[in-house]
Design a protein. Structure first.
Length: 95
């Protein structure tokens, strides 16, 4: 792993940690912003599993805010990304 990639991945982990802290403090709009920052980087890295986690986290925060439509959109995006990344629980595991 190059030093630049290491730095990028560290930044993503920090954003996720910040999002989790803000979510626990019920500061959901700020948590969503932190998760979305991580999502941008996961998208640039084409990290589908990371994107799925980010969408799931935004879905949880959106649900806590009462924005159920946004939560459902993010949960659907998360499910699709996990399935395309071949994560446990996808359709191939059911066969």
């Amino acid at each position: 792993m190059t030093p630049v990639l290491f730095g990028v991945m560290l930044y993503v982990l920090v954003q996720l940690a910040i999002g989790n802290v803000l979510n626990n403090r019920k500061e959901w709009p700020a948590a969503i912003s932190a998760y979305d920052e991580a999502l941008v980087i996961h998208m640039r890295l084409n990290d589908r599993a990371g994107q799925a986690i980010d969408h799931f986290n935004v879905g949880n925060a959106s649900d806590s805010l009462g924005d159920h439509a946004q939560a459902l959109e993010r949960y659907d995006a998360s499910h699709g990304l996990f399935a395309s990344a071949g994560q446990p629980g996808d359709a191939a595991d059911a066969a």
